[in-house]
Design a protein around this ligand. Sequence first.
Ligand SMILES: [Zn+2]
Length: 291
Amino acid sequence: MLPSRDTLVAYPDGTLVTSSRVLHVAPTSTGRVAVITEATSFHPIDAAWPDQPADAGVLRVRGEAHVIRDAVVAATDGERLHLGADIPVRRGTEGWSFLVAHLVDGGSDVAEGDEVTIEADAATRRALSAGHTACHLASLALNRALADRWSKPAREDALGSPDFDGVAIESSRIGPNGSVDRYRLNKSLRRAGFDTASLHDELDGVRRAVAAQLDRWIASGAVVHVERGGDGLADRRDWVCELPDRAARIPCGGTHLDSLAELAAVLPRLALLDDAGTPVLEMTCEARLRH
Ligand SMILES: [Zn+2]
């Protein structure tokens, strides 16, 4: 039977292992099997905003470990199961349930009603969490470093700076211990009052300002946590970082470190690229963990 409520998710608070019941098993077009459980600790990739990749790990049933090859956000209206990019509605749409689909090899012996244990790999999770925490922190540092380039009022970010990240972001990709964010420097951004013309010559100064801000924030050892409006996959969650001046809050479906004290450094690089005629600012971050 297709589930009639969202998958309960345990990963936002850092949980790696969950025992749960299998609600639905379905073959996929790629020859794998999608396993949907009542609850999971396994972070899935969300095709609607694929910033953080899926966890790595296994699903255990009857003493056998099945490698989870991928995990994707899925949805159902009770009629059929839609996986990843095939979901035809926005997250949270009424009458729909939003689910984590664990993809295991075809032929795996997993059936509806089975009690299973889902285990996310700790090292992979920590590396992705470091990348995601660094990514949010760097976006705030970039907004602050670019604040004086706006000639018109712009919407504000979580710390009150003009929200360059929110206005110009094209894509955000989290990897192990790092992230790559791409920003469109297009006509609408210029019309909104952002000075792109002199960025080329001043790029290294901007990078140094971002790096210095990141150093100060990391030195504060600020506590990080994910606040949630509910336990379901589609419930609102916020990344909250208790920075010295004020707490920063950013809507976020991913996983994070518990504190900036876990980071030794976040090293940003900036580059100006050309994407089919549109100038793009690319920020790459490397997060170094303390050991
Ligand atoms: Zn996030």
